[in-house]
Design a protein around this ligand. Structure first.
Ligand SMILES: *[C@@H]1O[C@H](CO)[C@@H](O)[C@H](O)[C@H]1NC(C)=O
Ligand SMILES: *[C@@H]1O[C@H](CO)[C@@H](O)[C@H](O)[C@H]1NC(C)=O
Ligand SMILES: *[C@@H]1O[C@H](CO)[C@@H](O)[C@H](O)[C@H]1NC(C)=O
Length: 496
């Protein structure tokens, strides 16, 4: 499902990676001349006519989409004169009419770009850069063969030493191993560059004599080169996934780390992140101790990142951390719970990680401070007051989850104010709001897939999501219909 929260989490991932400020403005991006606009009515027709077409699913409110728009348009204009022309298209996934299309493509963040081949029969994620020249170079490669033959030392020049390159070394270009390699290359071509050769001596690293079909992964970190000889498809894919992930992902201003950061933040595993000032004199000690634990827990469903304070502003905001807590380790587990060790020393790393792995550390919650004064009609709820105000108050509570950058939330704000004012004399009803970007809340209770999301908890504990129109009248009617009268000692006495 296309959703704004996911969109935003991904935005944050990209934000963390590129240290761009988080601002999603409203409004439609300008239509250019070369990017083809598609919608639910003409999508299939258009796609079926092309062997190769790129589709961007975007949302008008998403800032990253706006940044991409001029670059995408420029790339489209350059690629229109490629032979054969490469078509770049876009779909507004935020448009109600296109939501089914977006869900068919499992769009979870914006912008998401898909490469559709064979009239749409094969779909791949676009994993390339987001500026025009990068888009052009990446797509030119995608439209060619999945793997390039390396016949000479000159051909080997296509191996970029800064990224991962995967080479199949074969005694001949036939047989089941070669076929499986070709299938792998087709399947993973949007993630990695592939080549094949008859002569391992042409490759910049690794054994020059190989016995039988071998897949060799060249990478700019850790062991630099890894060979593998099991050509079962699943085994090949697993090998590439594992060998291509650094033992410790580095997060600093160096742009060449970006693809690894994106993979780190998108990985399904628990994430351990150590943030410190890379200029610190203890940096080497931290790095080596941290590397040791990363090696120790390799293959245990946890990935490791080492981040420089200078580059991590976005991550600090996202995880609700403060600079004076650095050096710190934060772990986000697979259930999205967070664990924090602030002001850590190199020697604390291994024992704390062990405590975490043993299940002896309590999760920590991101929360804004509980406001001293909460006298506006719409009450402010933060993570630390959610329990008291929403679950334990015995009141009927309408709670809005909002994001500060969300335009629809801004539009709703004065309406909620009016709703709150209309219930001001009803002590049984609370209208409240929570900044969902600054406060953790239990995801298993509140399924917040977009902003604003409104939940209603009745006095007796019924929980409902409000999905009606965002008008004062409808919201009031909804509350009146679903609200339970609380037994209020005082008023009962008064009536007696
Ligand atoms: C698809 O339909 C939309 C909306 O009617 C239109 O703006 C767009 O130009 C159409 N695209 C093509 C390729 O026909
Ligand atoms: C190629 O992959 C298929 C599917 O995984 C597998 O059954 C077959 O054994 C593989 N061939 C070789 C030579 O490993
Ligand atoms: C990191 O440390 C250096 C040297 O001590 C200092 O100049 C710099 O301001 C620090 N950076 C941050 C973000 O604290």
């Amino acid at each position: 499902m296309a959703s704004r929260v996911w969109g935003c989490l991904l935005c944050v991932c990209v934000l963390i990676a590129s240290v761009v400020s988080i601002r999603a403005a409203e409004g439609e991006s300008d239509s250019g001349e070369y990017v083809v606009t598609l919608d639910h009515s003409n999508f299939s027709d258009t796609v079926s006519k092309h062997n190769f077409i790129v589709v961007e699913f975007y949302a008008p409110w998403c800032g990253h989409c706006k940044n991409l728009a001029p670059e995408y348009e420029k790339a489209a204009s350059i690629l229109s004169s490629h032979d054969p022309p490469i078509i770049l298209a876009k779909v507004n996934a935020n448009d109600e009419a296109n939501k089914e299309l977006a869900s068919e493509f499992e769009i979870r963040g914006f912008p998401t770009l898909k490469i559709l081949r064979n009239g749409g029969k094969n779909v791949q994620d676009y994993k390339g850069p987001r500026e025009a020249d990068g888009i052009v170079a990446y797509l030119k490669k995608q439209v060619g063969p999945a793997s390039t033959e390396i016949k000479s030392a000159e051909d080997a020049g296509i191996i970029d030493e800064q990224t991962i390159f995967i080479v199949g070394v074969f005694p001949e270009f036939s047989g089941e191993e070669f076929e499986n390699f070709t299938i792998l290359a087709e399947k993973m071509r949007s993630d990695y560059d592939f080549g094949h050769t008859l002569d391992a001596k042409l490759l910049p690293r690794g054994e020059s004599a190989v016995n039988g079909p071998t897949i060799r992964l060249l990478k700019p970190f850790d062991e630099l080169v890894v060979d593998f000889q099991d050509f079962q498809l699943d085994a090949l894919e697993k090998f590439v996934d594992e060998a291509s992930m650094p033992i410790v992902t580095i997060f600093n201003a160096d742009q060449t780390n970006q693809p690894f950061l994106v993979r780190f933040f998108n990985s399904p595993y628990a994430k351990a992140m150590l943030f410190l000032n890379f200029s610190s004199e203890l940096f080497d000690a931290f790095k080596s101790k941290y590397h040791d634990v990363a090696v120790l827990y390799k293959g245990k469903d946890i990935s490791f990142l080492l981040g420089d304070l200078e580059a991590s502003q976005g991550a600090f905001e996202y995880y609700g951390l403060k600079e004076d807590q650095a050096p710190l380790i934060v772990i986000q587990n697979m259930d999205n719970q967070k664990y924090l060790k602030a002001n850590v020393q190199p020697d604390h790393i291994a024992p704390w990680l062990k405590e975490y792995m043993d299940g002896n550390i309590k999760p920590f919650k991101k929360s804004e401070p509980i406001p001293q004064v909460n006298s506006e009609p719409v009450k402010v709820v933060v993570a630390d007051s959610l329990h008291d105000i929403v679950f334990e108050s015995g009141k009927n509570v309408l709670l809005e989850f909002y994001a500060p950058w969300c335009g629809h939330c801004k539009k709703l704000a004065p309406i909620l104010d009016e709703v709150a004012i209309s219930f001001e004399n009803d002590a049984d009803v609370i209208i409240a709001k929570m900044d969902a970007t600054a406060n953790d809340f239990p995801n298993e209770i509140f399924d917040v897939q977009g902003f604003p999301t409104l939940y209603f908890k009745s006095a007796s504990g019924n929980l409902l999501q409000y999905e009606g129109d965002r008008t004062k009248e409808e919201i009031i009617a909804f509350i009146q219909k679903n609200c339970d009268k609380t037994v209020q000692q005082d008023s009962v006495k008064d009536e007696l």
